[in-house]
Design a protein around this ligand. Structure first.
Ligand SMILES: [Zn+2]
Length: 267
């Protein structure tokens, strides 16, 4: 599987890849105090926050009083400390990853031009796996002819674009790079949030896979979607996020822990 020797290149998009694997105990930032103090806080804060502001502060308020948030799905409970993972970006001054809002579905558009015949299955399976591993929810909102993959998306909320391209169109796909993936964050320093992203897959690499090799095609899609939601590469051949993929087609223990962390960010 020469194509998989170097699986891909991380899509820059302003992300600052971390230099190596990080393994840190997950912080449970969502523990709540007893009910009564919570209620008192409610009353207090409604007066101040609501006056000066809108939805975001209402969310903080709900969290403070123990309603938590309206997560679309539960984050899976996975064993920790058994593998390696890294985040593409962390919030300034903390170990918390930058991620998508777990209370909103992530809209996805697919450009089918040049895609393999089974692109629907590859995309759906990849989104299902990413969703199950993070608790994030994806919503396919249709097909598009948009090929805005070389200049990158604008930093605003818009559907993620998944497309197939050749290296002539997207030079980052040159050589044995099978795909690129990443997202764009907006917000204040310390409170960044991904709002859109791109997954671009190498048409020639996908064309080269036989029917029996579809697990490798799927692994590339899964790997790029894992970049999309915020994980970087690790120097551990057991993980799907190992850059020089040696045939791993399922998440390793560190991939699972990292994906669960990504899905655990506050709404
Ligand atoms: Zn990669």
């Amino acid at each position: 599987m020469a194509e998989l020797d170097r699986l891909d290149r991380e899509f820059g998009l302003g992300a600052m890849p971390t230099s190596g694997p990080v393994r840190r105990p997950r912080q449970d930032r969502r523990s709540h105090g007893p009910v009564l103090p919570g209620l008192l806080i409610t009353a207090l804060i409604v007066g101040t926050i609501v006056a000066m502001s809108p939805a975001d502060n209402m969310r903080q308020l709900r969290r403070l009083v123990g309603f938590d948030d309206d997560r679309l799905a539960a984050v899976p409970d996975v064993p920790r400390g058994r593998g390696s993972f890294s985040f593409l970006q962390t919030q300034r001054g903390s170990d918390e990853p930058v991620g998508y809002d777990p209370c909103r579905p992530i809209e996805v558009l697919v450009n089918p031009a040049g895609a393999p015949d089974n692109y629907d299955e590859l995309v759906d399976t990849g989104l299902e796996r990413t969703s199950a591993a993070t608790g994030l929810r994806f919503e396919r909102v249709g097909l598009t002819e948009n090929r805005d993959v070389t200049t990158g998306p604008f930093p605003r909320r818009e559907p993620v674009l998944i497309a197939w391209a050749t290296e002539d169109e997207v030079p980052d796909l040159a050589g044995d790079v099978a795909g690129i993936g990443g997202s764009v964050a907006v917000g204040q320093p310390g409170n960044l949030r991904y709002v859109t992203g791109r997954v671009v897959l190498d048409r020639d690499v996908f064309d080269s896979f036989s029917k029996d090799e579809q697990p490798f095609a799927q692994a590339i899609v899964d790997h790029e979607l894992t970049h999309l939601v915020g994980l970087g590469h690790v120097d551990d051949p057991r993980e799907l996020m190992y850059a020089d993929n040696v045939g791993v087609t399922t998440y390793g223990p560190g991939d699972r822990e990292g994906l669960a962390r990504i899905g655990s960010v506050d709404c």
